[in-house]
Design a protein. Sequence first.
Length: 364
Amino acid sequence: MKNKKILILANLDVGLYKFRKALIKKLIDQGNEVYISLPKGMLVQNLKEMGCHFIETPVDRRGINPATDFKLMMRYFNILGKIKPDLVITYTIKPNIYGGIAARFKRIPYAVNITGLGTAFKNENMIKKLVVFLYKLSCKKAKTIFFENEGNKQVFIENNIIKESRSCTLPGAGIDLDEYKMTPYPEESRNIRFLFIGRVMKEKGVEELFKAAKNIKKIYPEVSFDIVGPMEDDYKERIQSLVRNGIIYYYGYQEDVKPFIKKCDCFVLPSYHEGMANTLLECGAMGRPLITSRIHGCMEAVRDGDNGYLVDVKDVKGLEEKMMEFIELSYEEKKQMGEKSREVIEERFDKEKVVEMTLEGLGR
């Protein structure tokens, strides 16, 4: 794909820069003119310095609001009319739906990226029916629909949103193996450090993690739980209480999580749903054992019992047992688990391979 005008629609600069930077660079290097439409943010300047043309586009990321959503769709129609791109690439639910509808009716080739299903598909209710209807509208003429795991793809096929022939499953956004290098495992110590990186919210499994941490601290008081990431407002008092009682250390949002990965013994992510959990890929690439949920978007990064453990969603006891099983491993076994994590990530999630697969899908 060369010398084309490509428009990328997204809802956040951080995700676009952090996870799609390699793809965007490749598109620009091939001589394409790349436009990005998204809300203004701290990393927009980085994207502009790479050579992207920026179109500021407010996107309300929370919930369904007919007035603001219709306004967003009309804004996309307007942008497409002005830019007249040869190809549109969309990421996340609202750009996927409203950008997809605009590109479809403007008869511009477009590709949709499903980076996760969120809660919309969890219950049989009116919201699910509406989302399914809107996705059918937006995906009908897409040249390719990219998924980050097979489970999400099956949900779209079962709901008659897409035909399998136009789908392409990528191993997430992949991971830059040079940026996330294998790092030495922490020295042997009774102070085992578990690490969680992510937004502190129910869907990330923090309820189960906090309960398990409390119980484990009673048996292994020297074990530490590091929590890194922004929190939802309703967790503020809970976090303060857990910190006060010595159950967790809370570090809030961190621009660079590598120092926390380096000092941890094991990464834990008991999510309820994921597209592909990038934090698992980052920690695995740096040689850390992984404990995570037995769901699509998480389990692809783990060979159960080899480089970590899988636990059922919302299973506090199961999570607790696997964390204690990890604590009881010998130092050498823990270290070997970390080495196996690097192997799994190299084998399955190399960013360069993901970029090539994406370009193939876009060139259909």
